[in-house]
Unconditional design. Structure first.
Length: 134
């Protein structure tokens, strides 16, 4: 990460259903439009990562996670931003995921995920999911 650059703490969810995970394609008009990512967002002041994950999934998809497990933590620097990501597996949730922020949703096998243009920060997570599948 670049010294002196503000770091944004972020949560991201690998949401599973029937051996597939949910890929979210960023809508037009947003930075990095068209790229795939894992749903999630910024951790607000006073929130734990678990709290932020539940809030973000409710806002973005209209679901409530009921079974989460920490997966990985990593840092990544983009040209304009540095992020510290907390990834979680979500194995159960209440509700049906809906694209509440104009994004496209796609259930992907781990192999299919490798064929989608995921954000740089998420690519090694996509690769790790393929390795876990083996």
């Amino acid at each position: 990460m670049s010294p002196g650059r503000k770091v944004v703490a972020v949560v991201a969810a690998v949401i599973w259903r029937d051996g597939r995970y949910l890929g979210v394609r960023r809508p037009e008009g947003k930075p990095m439009a068209g790229a795939y990512e894992f749903p999630g967002g910024k951790i607000e002041p006073g929130e734990t990562p678990d709290m932020a994950l539940a809030r973000e999934l409710g806002e973005e998809l209209g679901i409530t996670p009921t079974a989460i497990a920490f997966f990985r933590e990593k840092a990544h620097s983009y040209e304009h931003l540095s992020v510290h990501l907390h990834f979680f597996h979500v194995r159960a949730f209440d509700g049906e995921p809906l694209p509440l922020e104009g994004q496209d949703l796609e259930w992907l096998t781990p192999q299919e995920g490798r064929m989608r243009p995921f954000l740089e920060a998420d690519r090694d997570i996509v690769d790790a999911l393929v390795l876990e599948e083996r």
